[in-house]
Design a protein around this ligand. Structure first.
Ligand SMILES: Cc1cc2nc3c(=O)[nH]c(=O)nc-3n(C[C@H](O)[C@H](O)[C@H](O)COP(=O)(O)OP(=O)(O)OC[C@H]3O[C@@H](n4cnc5c(N)ncnc54)[C@H](O)[C@@H]3O)c2cc1C
Length: 499
C-alpha cells in the first residue's frame, strides 16, 4: 500500500501525511464507522487537486474529500487504502459582497467563522447545523446540511450560488452562477449538493447571504401531555405573521438531559418546543409573540413560552444534544427521517412501537416544523438489533410518504435503502450521472449508491452489519472499472461504541 506514496508526493506540491495519529483522525467521522486510509493529502491549490485526481485515476485509488469530518452516516469515513483529500486548511473567506448577496469561500471554511465574518455586514448564511462550530461549507454542500432555521430558510441547497469543482475525470468546472436567478435546464449545481463527495471535489463555494433580522428571540414552550405534535407543527407552520424561523422539539428524556446549569431551566417538566422568532424591532417582536401564543393555544398548547433574548444561546444548548447523549447515554444509533406534518404523530407511534419491540430506550429530538425527527435508539450500532431498528424505522418513514434522510445524508449506513425511496429508474439515472462524473469510481466508494447486483454484488447484509444492504467501502457503480477500483478499497470496519 505504501509503495504508491512516493509517486503521490511527486505528483503534488502540498503535504502528504501518513502519521498514525493523523490517519486515525481522518479515518473517522461522527458515526461509529472507522476506515484505514493510506494517506491524507493537503493540496496546495486547485492544480494540486487536479493532480491528485489524475494520480488516483491512474492507480484506481479511492479518494475522499474531507471538511470537518462531522457527518453522521459514514459520509466522510474513507474506504481502506483510500487517500483523504483534507480541505480543512482551505478556509479562506475570499470575498464578501453583501450588496450582491453572496460570499466566495474556501470549502474548508467553518460555519461559525463565516457567520462571524458576515455579522458586521448585517448578513448571515442560514444553514446552521448543530455542528456549526466545526463543520465546513464544503461538508454542508456534500450533505445538503440544514439546521433549526431551515424551517424558514431551507437547506444548504437553497443557499449556494455556485461551486468550482474538480470532477472525478480530473476536469475543472464551475456549476451555478453569480446571478440571483437562473433557469438553465436540469440544475447540475443542485445535483452536486448532497452528492457526498462522489461526483467531484469542491474547491471554492459561493454562498448566498440573507439579511440578519434585528431581533431574534428563542422561546422554550413546555408541551402538555396528550398534545398532538403534528397538529402543533401544522398550526404553527401556517399561522400568519409569526416570524417563526425554527420549530424544534425535544422529548422529555432529551429535555431532562439538557436541563441544568448552562442548559435548559426545565428539569422534570417533560417535552418542550424550542422556537425562534425573528422581527425587525421590538414592537414587531411583541406583536409576533402574541400571534405565536395564539397559535399555540389553538393547537392545544396552553403554556406560556419562556423567552430567551439570545436565540443563538438556545441553539447552542440544542446543538449539544448529540454531545450530551454521547456523554450520558453512550452507544446508540442516531436516525434522521422526515414525514409530512400530518403524519408526524403516526411516525412517533411507530418509533415507540419499534423501541418497545426491540426493548431499547429511545431519545427523540428534531426539526418538528419540517417533520424531520431524530430518534436515537440506545443500542450497540453494530448489533443485529440496530440493523432491524433502522430498517423498521426507514420503512415506516417511507410508508408514511416520507424520506429516509431529512438532512444527514445517506453515507455508508443507509445506501441499501436508497432504491426504496427513489426507485430503480431513479437509481439508474444517479448511476449514469456518477459514471459520467467519475468513470473510474474513485470518489468516495461505498457511499450513497447501493451495491449493484448486476455487477455481481449481493445487497444482503454482511453478518453483524448495522444496516441490511449497507456495505461500507463496497463498490458503488456498475462498471468493470468500478469493480476493480472497489476490490482494492476494502470496507471500513465498524468501531466500538463511542463513549
Ligand atoms: C453534534 C452534531 C450535530 C449535527 N447537527 C446537524 C444538523 O443540525 N443538521 C445537519 O444537517 N447535520 C448535522 N450534523 C451532521 C454534519 O455536521 C453535517 O452533515 C455537516 O454538513 C458535515 O460537514 P463537515 O465539514 O463535517 O463534512 P465532512 O464530514 O467532512 O464531509 C461530509 C461529506 O461531504 C463531502 N465533502 C466534504 N468536503 C467536500 C468538498 N470540498 N467537496 C466535495 N465533497 C465534500 C465528504 O466527502 C462527505 O461525503 C451534525 C453532526 C454532529 C456531530
Amino acid at each position: 500500500v505504501g509503495s504508491s506514496l512516493p509517486s503521490l508526493e511527486a505528483a503534488v506540491r502540498g503535504r502528504v501525511v501518513t502519521s498514525a495519529s493523523e490517519l486515525a483522525r481522518v479515518g473517522r467521522d461522527g458515526s461509529h464507522l472507522v476506515g484505514r486510509p493510506r494517506a491524507a493529502v493537503v493540496p496546495l491549490d486547485v492544480d494540486d487537486v487536479v493532480a491528485i485526481v489524475r494520480w488516483a485515476r491512474r492507480r484506481r485509488v479511492p479518494l475522499v474529500a474531507r471538511g470537518g469530518g462531522t457527518s453522521l452516516d459514514g459520509e466522510s469515513v474513507p474506504a481502506d487504502g483510500a487517500v483523504v483529500v483534507d480541505l480543512a486548511a482551505w478556509n479562506r473567506i475570499v470575498e464578501v459582497r453583501p450588496e450582491e448577496g453572496w460570499a466566495r469561500v474556501g470549502p474548508g471554511t467553518v460555519n461559525r467563522d463565516l457567520q462571524a465574518r458576515l455579522e458586521p455586514y448585517g448578513a448571515f448564511f442560514p444553514p446552521n447545523p448543530g455542528s456549526w462550530r466545526s463543520s465546513t461549507v464544503g461538508g454542508h454542500v456534500g450533505t445538503n446540511a440544514s439546521g433549526p432555521r431551515s424551517f424558514r430558510y431551507g437547506p444548504t441547497r437553497s443557499w449556494i450560488r455556485s461551486v468550482e469543482l474538480v470532477l472525478g475525470t480530473g476536469e475543472r468546472t464551475q456549476w451555478g452562477s453569480l446571478a440571483p436567478k437562473r433557469s438553465v435546464g436540469p440544475d447540475l449545481l443542485s445535483l452536486f449538493v448532497g452528492s457526498e463527495g462522489t461526483l467531484g471535489i469542491a474547491t471554492e463555494v459561493t454562498v448566498r447571504l440573507a439579511p440578519l433580522p434585528e431581533v431574534r428571540r428563542g422561546l422554550v414552550v413546555p408541551v402538555p401531555p396528550g398534545a398532538r405534535l403534528g397538529r402543533v407543527a401544522r398550526t404553527l407552520a401556517i399561522a400568519r405573521g409569526t416570524g417563526l424561523s425554527a420549530i424544534e422539539y425535544l422529548d422529555a428524556r432529551c429535555a431532562a438531559e439538557l436541563s441544568g446549569p448552562g442548559g435548559l431551566d426545565r428539569a422534570g417538566v417533560g417535552p418542550v418546543l424550542l422556537l425562534e422568532l425573528e422581527a425587525d424591532g421590538p414592537a414587531e417582536a411583541a406583536a409576533r409573540l402574541e400571534r405565536i401564543r395564539g397559535a399555540l393555544r389553538a393547537a392545544g398548547v396552553d403554556r406560556d413560552p419562556e423567552i430567551h433574548e439570545d436565540a443563538d444561546a438556545l441553539w447552542t444548548v440544542r446543538g449539544r444534544a448529540s454531545v450530551v447523549l454521547d456523554e450520558r447515554v453512550g452507544a446508540r444509533i442516531r436516525e434522521d427521517v422526515a414525514v409530512p406534518l400530518d403524519r408526524v404523530d403516526r411516525l412517533l407511534r411507530a418509533v415507540d412501537r419499534i423501541a418497545a419491540a426491540e426493548t431499547v430506550p429511545v431519545y427523540l429530538f428534531g426539526h418538528l416544523g419540517e417533520g424531520n425527527l431524530h430518534p436515537n435508539f440506545v443500542v450497540a450500532p453494530e448489533s443485529g438489533r440496530a440493523g432491524r431498528i433502522r430498517s423498521a424505522l426507514l420503512r415506516a418513514a417511507l410508508s408514511l410518504g416520507g424520506t429516509i434522510s431529512g438532512e444527514h445524508g445517506i453515507g455508508a449506513l443507509k445506501r441499501g435503502f436508497l432504491a426504496r425511496e427513489i426507485g430503480r429508474p431513479g437509481l439508474a439515472v444517479l448511476r449514469a450521472m456518477k459514471r459520467a462524473c467519475d468513470p473510474d469510481a474513485i470518489l468516495n466508494p461505498g457511499k450513497l449508491y447501493p451495491p449493484d447486483r448486476r455487477a455481481g454484488r449481493s445487497s444482503r447484509s454482511p453478518s453483524g452489519s448495522a444496516t441490511p444492504g449497507a456495505r461500507p467501502g463496497a463498490p458503488t457503480v456498475a462498471s468493470r472499472r468500478s469493480e476493480r477500483a472497489s476490490r482494492r478499497a476494502r470496507s471500513p470496519r465498524r468501531r466500538g461504541a463511542r463513549p
